[in-house]
Design a protein around this ligand. Sequence first.
Ligand code: PLP
Length: 428
Amino acid sequence: MSRSEILFNDAQKHIPGGVNSPVRAFKGVGGTPLFFKHAEGAYVIDEDDKRYVDYVGSWGPMILGHSHPEVLDAVRRQLEHGLSYGAPTALETEMADLICSLVPSMDMVRMVSSGTEATMSAIRLARGYTGRDTIIKFEGCYHGHSDSLLVKAGSGALTLGVPSSPGVPAAFATHTLTLPYNDLGAVKAALAEVGQEIACIIVEPVAGNMNCVPPAPGFLEGLRQQCDQHGIVLIFDEVMTGFRVALGGAQAYYKITPDLSTFGKIVGGGMPVGCFGGKRAIMEFIAPLGPVYQAGTLSGNPLAMAAGLATLKLISRPGFHQELGEYTSQLLQGLQERADAAGIPFVTTQVGAMFGLYFSGADDIVTFQDVMASDAERFKRFFHLMLEGGIYLAPSAFEAGFTSIAHGATELQTTLDAAEHAFAQLKQ
Ligand code: PLP
């Protein structure tokens, strides 16, 4: 038995399913999850001392690679001054100023401790601001696990086959309208009927929780226009795309300005952080300025701010995102060539340092149905073959992949060699 198998058996005694977040359990691909004990640069190292090139990056935050020395130093320096005060710090103002300077739509920002908190709070704010109850989300998009948002959701909910979770009261779910992603016609039709009742449209500007589906041309522009027309708050959930697809997020990449945005992952540099923000007139509705309540004991935690600030500063250097995007393109091109050579139907998607792999004969991946029509069984085999070859992909056919600046020529070659072998095996 491997150490991971022993540890997984032990973990299941007191932890439901042996994990503290469902997708980690490998239910989507079968087998035993790896237990990690160390991570450095582009690599994660498991409890059996095997090294893997990591394309999960803690599900997004580790854009600099793991254990970046300057980020660790920033945390160490802050550590000397205590862990949490529950009172304002200069670090929080520095963080707010930096985020507002990097993200086009942000006039004001509130820090929280997770992406879930960020989206949940942004939706409450949109409801409070508009005085309307109903929200629109898109099928296969995941915005964290708060009640209103666990309706036809992506990520682990999709992997485990429970996109609409038991435990969410039907009365809550009736206030969430779910429409097909990339279908502006469906949005227009819905708003023509109930536009007056909609508080907000929340969207992943690049869908990353049903694998990776870029927005169709005109989709985000159309949402902006429709929201303006109907007095609806447009929320870009940039928890995944923020600071990744471009320094200013998907809103900078696609040049669309949402009313509110939510962030997580990279903004905390690997610590538990999220934030939401946007237009001043809307943000002034938040307590203590306004009536919409929102709070958090550990919000703006100094250690987390130190890690996040160090990360944001390092990724602000000119050329950073271009380099990342180039590595990602080379990776996808190399994979495509090897799949083609092996005669395996295979499609990839990419926006900057975010990518999707599909075992599919489709020309392109645009809709939730396109995603569901890809061969998830083949992905499972591919996943395990890549794992054997020292490559750690997300353990689900419904998750985006992430690259980091620590990935270079060596990691590229290792990945492509493993893939060549995997595609040949899949053929048999
Ligand atoms: N929104 C998006 C787009 C996400 O990808 C995620 C998590 O993956 C969340 C929200 C929830 O963030 P968290 O897991 O930090 O609560």
